[in-house]
Design a binder for this molecule. Structure first.
Ligand code: GAR
Length: 217
């Protein structure tokens, strides 16, 4: 049976699209059962049929917790095996995270633990980093602090600005996310005591995307 994946997205949805493309190409044995957004105008929503879309404006709810609870109920109703945050730009409350602990992952545009939060590309340039990239990690209540499963690295080049660097990172985000979700749905990756286990073996470092698009220990 194909794995059921729920995707949380706030924006253009290119990472969602790469999962959909992977499914269509037979590279990912999964079904995107719902796309959930805090931005009703998000382009990501248009990538799935209307009955698989859920979007609400947080302002319409009385509190952060009320929005999170409605989102969590909608996600749960789609009966997902995995929940993937792909450009979801709103912090998830502890209640949401705990409800889906262990099957909730996020793609973040930096080499975590460097540059948690926003504006990661500008901050990497400002810090004089020579390498930058993206990470897929398990989500915990503390922002961008969960165990990192896999990373992809790119060089920071002289003359880069945040936009040129973001484009270089995005190009590796897509194969990184696809390869990581493939491992997750195959049941090959789990987390134990803050470490990633691949095929039952504890890893000391995140998996690394190679130039062929494969993850290497
Ligand atoms: C991606 O670069 C993703 O890593 C980032 O938002 C972008 C979404 O692009 N996520 C975050 O910054 C999460 N804090 P997309 O909508 O085209 O997939």
């Amino acid at each position: 049976m194909s794995a059921r994946i729920a995707v949380l997205a706030s924006g253009r949805g290119s990472n969602l699209q790469c999962l959909l493309d992977g499914i269509a190409a037979g590279q990912l044995d999964a079904d995107v059962v719902g796309v959930f957004s805090d931005k009703p105008a998000a382009a990501a929503l248009d990538k799935v049929p209307p009955e698989r879309r859920w979007a609400r404006t947080p302002k319409a709810f009385g509190s952060r917790d009320a929005f999170d609870a409605a989102l969590a109920d909608a996600v749960a109703a789609s009966m997902p095996d995995w929940i993937v945050c792909a450009g979801y730009m709103r912090i998830l409350g502890a209640g949401f995270v705990q409800r889906f602990a262990g099957r909730l992952v996020n793609i973040h545009p930096s080499l975590l633990p460097r540059h948690k939060g926003l504006h990661t590309h500008a901050r990497a340039i400002e810090a004089g980093d020579t390498e930058h990239g993206a990470s897929v990690h398990f989500v915990v209540p503390e922002l961008d602090a969960g165990t990192v499963i896999a990373q992809a690295r790119v060089p920071v080049l002289p003359g880069d600005d945040a936009d040129t660097l973001a484009a270089r990172v995005l190009a590796v985000e897509h194969p990184l996310l696809l390869a990581t979700v493939r491992l997750l749905v195959a049941g090959r990756v789990a987390e134990q005591d803050g470490r990633v286990r691949l095929d039952g073996q504890s890893l000391f470092n995140p998996l690394r995307l190679d130039s062929a698009g494969n993850l290497q220990p």
